[in-house]
Unconditional design. Structure first.
Lengths: 221, 221
DNA sequence: ATGTCAAATAATATCGATATTTTTGGAGAG
DNA sequence: CTCTCCAAAAATATCGATATTATTTGACAT
């Protein structure tokens, strides 16, 4: 057993550090869409060498958060109404499929995890917006995570992130439309626990469409 | 103007070179599934520095052809029956959607491109297997490429490549089941040109399922 | 024999420096 | 005034070397 280091919590590699920081900055809009991502700038910002920065940027292209221009470096992925509409459409399609597959394999353990993730989300609601964000994603991923379809889950996770990027850009922060979000989550969970796939899927997709149309309307302004 | 180099056709960056070579080697099985991808080895093989190799490997994780293990380097993505079944399922779902969206926007220009890509594919059939592979992908991508849904196209392209990887692994080469592939392609094209989305989609999915089930059967052996 | 630990080895991850390429800025011709 | 072209500047891409981390090997005790 090895204490490793006096400074606590430094377990991760420089590349991973860069990856996570850049990811969050792009998702929240700190690095705005289309922005040129210059290595030297990021090197300073992240206090790191050029190699980890480049590698992190390469990894972020997987998530469609960064674009690579052949010999002209990287830039934050652009946004557009059409892009958002495609994300929304794909989410509705893929999450429907994933949720049904997940519900086709219900067991007590999964139900426990779902209830717990929902509880954690509601508890985080008032305290820390950042913690709520994390818990919210966990809830949605748990919902579709019982399908044992790793690629489908990966796609859904990607699309989830791309979607909340638009939310941050639209709202300049994590605050919600503040409508009946909590009730909608509750309804989805209840239907899932009742093993009513049709109802759960219907509610889930309505949940997405409703927030989606709100953003689309905002983008017309 | 600068001659740059006596060896002709060297327009591309080292990273792109590595990316494309590694990609082809993984797709064709020259780098078998699960194989540890050591930087030093690849550096030798590709006659390149470590940086382009690492960057190429990072980019290949986007395509789900390479896995990154936290501080233990890279390896070629493993394969499994479950993985193939998921790919097949996702393809059927996504290509159905893409084909219908593509057909919803038919125009003369797209019909021309489709006919041409089909012609190039049939012409390449007997000559060069490598050229046929490329033409075959172009045909399928043209089919779904009129939808103006870039993310969906990207997913379909990814899944196409993952699928032909299994074909190479199963057949140890690009040779087909040699059944009525050509007739199937013709049928799909005809239905598409007749703007019959339901028929085109049905034929396309049957086309995928048929070859898919052939591979699945082989994997049981 | 068998399991454990530490040194030796091998591989990855990272840095700093350099070569290459793109972009910028401005002088001169039409 | 506008366009073209070339030199200067900036940025990217790449290399070679080093620091870190994982893996193997073999001695030692049980």
């Amino acid at each position: 057993m090895n204490v490793m280091q006096s400074s606590p919590g430094k377990e991760t590699s420089a590349t991973r550090e860069c990856y996570q920081t850049l990811r969050k900055m792009i998702l929240t809009g700190a690095l705005p869409p289309g922005k040129k991502l210059k290595i030297e700038e990021l090197r300073n910002l992240l206090q790191s060498g050029a190699s980890p920065v480049r590698e992190a940027l390469s990894l972020l292209t997987s998530d469609m958060l960064v674009e690579r221009l052949d010999q002209r470096g990287f830039r934050a992925a652009p946004v557009s109404k059409a892009n958002f509409e495609e994300i929304l459409m794909l989410r509705c399609d893929l999450e429907d499929k994933a949720l049904r597959a997940s519900l086709a394999r219900v067991d007590a353990d999964w139900e426990d995890r779902l209830v717990l993730s929902h509880h954690h989300m509601t508890r985080a609601q008032r305290s820390d917006p950042d913690a709520f964000e994390a818990a919210h994603k966990t809830f949605h991923m748990t919902l579709i995570g019982n399908a044992n379809l790793p690629m489908l889950e990966r796609y859904c996770g990607q699309l989830y992130d791309l979607n909340i990027r638009y939310r941050y850009l639209a709202a300049d922060g994590p605050r919600y439309g503040e409508r009946s979000i909590a009730a909608e989550h509750e309804g989805i969970m209840t239907a899932a626990l009742a093993h009513d796939a049709a109802m759960a899927s219907k509610l889930l997709i309505e949940h997405y469409r409703r927030t989606g149309e709100y953003f689309i309307a905002q983008m017309d302004v």
